[in-house]
Design a protein. Sequence first.
Length: 291
Amino acid sequence: MLTIGKFKARLIRPNHPDWLLVGVDTKDDSRLYILGNGGMSNINCAPIESFPEEIKNYAIEMVTQGELYLKGNEKSLRIGQGKSIYSYTLKQIENLLPTSSTTRKIYFSSIFIRWQRSHQLSDEHVQEKLGLTAKEFHQFREDELTITPDLIKKLVEITGVSEQFWKNREDQKNKGFRGGIMKTFKTVTMQKVTTLVCDGCGLEVNADGGYEFQEFISINHYCGYGSIHGDGKKIDIDLCQQCFADMCGDTLRATDESNKLTQEEKAVRRIRLNVAIFLMRFTNQKLKHVS
Ligand SMILES: [Zn+2]
């Protein structure tokens, strides 16, 4: 059950796995919604009336006082049944952004919680599997629990994700993950990516680091007309192979056909694929503008 205290706390933590947003119907500003993390790339959205009344009153008060406001360029998000919403921006968050973009807090627990949600396992269930009490599990989620080798062992057992992954994540957390600049460049005769930082777990690998670097997956996409991120916006993400696999889950297709290809042939294929995607997107864009 969502209490007003929890609601407030979750509203101001955009990087926390339990983030919440308040949304409003694009056609009826008296209809408010609460959006939350539904695991993987899903977003849960429910009418605010399905939460205790004090939460609705608090949200309305924040809107009235301008603490929650709609950005001028806010894009609508379709939520099904022909409805769309705009999500409110929290004034405090806006003010915090300059610092939060350079010192992004990394939650050790967030990947586990995403995994838990996508497998639809209850807190009680995973808590027992991890050998934690309810209080300890709460601390784990809030990153207040000391990560012991035993806990890492349990995480490996339950999720099937490698021990190295959880250790890297712990390491990143202890070092304090610096978000913001995700790629660092070294000037040789041309600019070359020398370090990649995973946006999921913070794993940092450099070009001399061997296969982890080679297997990093970077996605760059220029959004077009109708994009929920905003027309003309560029979105990009760098993911280590483990986080990429975690996010895709069972939807990922893996085939053997490129096994025999040399590095060079693989590179050529990659370029061809990018060109094909670009052309496809370009054509789509044209069509949309014409129609
Ligand atoms: Zn990662």
